[in-house]
Design a protein around this ligand. Structure first.
Ligand code: FES
Length: 249
């Protein structure tokens, strides 16, 4: 598929009068096609755009650019973002597919951190990936901030883990030797149970492919570009030894 076949089929058409900007390695092609009025230069951070299109945005160059973070943070609520990634020569044999590249990449994390909460996948084929996001305040999950007693300190000696369920969600509470932590039971990589993994201090090693995460921050340790492991707030009552966990702060 070449780009001229692809563009008319894309379900993204800025409306007349809207102000969009387009950036990325394929920006020229998309800018001409959509007749986008707005021009944007690196370093400028407009906050009054209706939308931003990132063409070829999964490239390392675009993701690593600091002003992209600044721009995503400064854009107002309701602004739309469209990410288009396209491989003109067909799917590559090597490396993760486009969806995995997005999910593991810095752009995905940036969107989450900067409040781009409504993310909708529009096209997902081996050689084309299109998603739309809208900047909107994050809706707290049901029961957010409700601390629930799930274990006691006696049950969790150093490096011990326990599976608990919080409002239907399976979690693990664990003792790292320095603190009690709570994190998702399901491995972010391919969904196996981390309960069968190995807890080494602040690191959990998955039993299936041996990937490693920091259980205090959720940051992937090895490989470093893997998805974040969701972590949850914990309260420990030193007197009673009761351990409480909540789904969100
Ligand atoms: S399923 Fe956990 S590392 Fe692959």
């Amino acid at each position: 598929m070449n780009l001229s076949d692809l563009i008319p089929a894309l379900p993204i058409q800025p409306q007349p009068g809207q102000r969009w900007a387009v950036l990325g390695p394929e920006a020229e092609v998309f800018r001409a096609k959509f007749r986008l009025a707005a021009e944007l230069t690196e370093g400028a951070v407009p906050s009054d755009l209706d939308g931003l299109l990132l063409a070829g945005a999964l490239s390392a160059r675009a993701e690593a650019t600091p002003w992209l973070k600044q721009m995503l943070a400064s854009m107002s609520e309701g602004t739309a973002l469209v990410v288009v990634e396209w491989q003109g020569d067909g799917p590559l044999d090597l490396g993760p597919d486009l969806e995995r590249r997005f999910k593991r990449g810095k752009l995905s994390r940036l969107l989450w951190e900067e409040g781009w909460s409504q993310i909708e996948l529009l096209v997902n084929t081996p050689c084309c990936y299109v998603l739309r996001a809208v900047k909107a305040p994050l809706a707290p999950p049901p029961h957010a901030g409700e601390f629930v007693t799930v274990a006691t300190l006696d049950e969790l000696p150093k490096n011990r883990m326990k599976r608990v369920e919080l409002f239907g969600q399976p979690l693990i509470v664990a003792n790292t030797g320095r603190e009690i932590v709570a994190f998702a039971q399901v491995c972010p990589h391919a969904g196996t149970s981390l309960l069968k993994g190995t807890l080494k201090g602040r690191h959990i090693v998955c039993p299936l492919h041996f990937y490693m995460w920091n259980v205090c921050t959720g940051e992937p340790v090895e490989p470093a570009d893997e998805d974040i492991l969701p972590c949850y707030p914990v309260r420990v009552d030193a007197e009673s030894g009761l351990i409480q966990v909540a789904l969100a702060p």
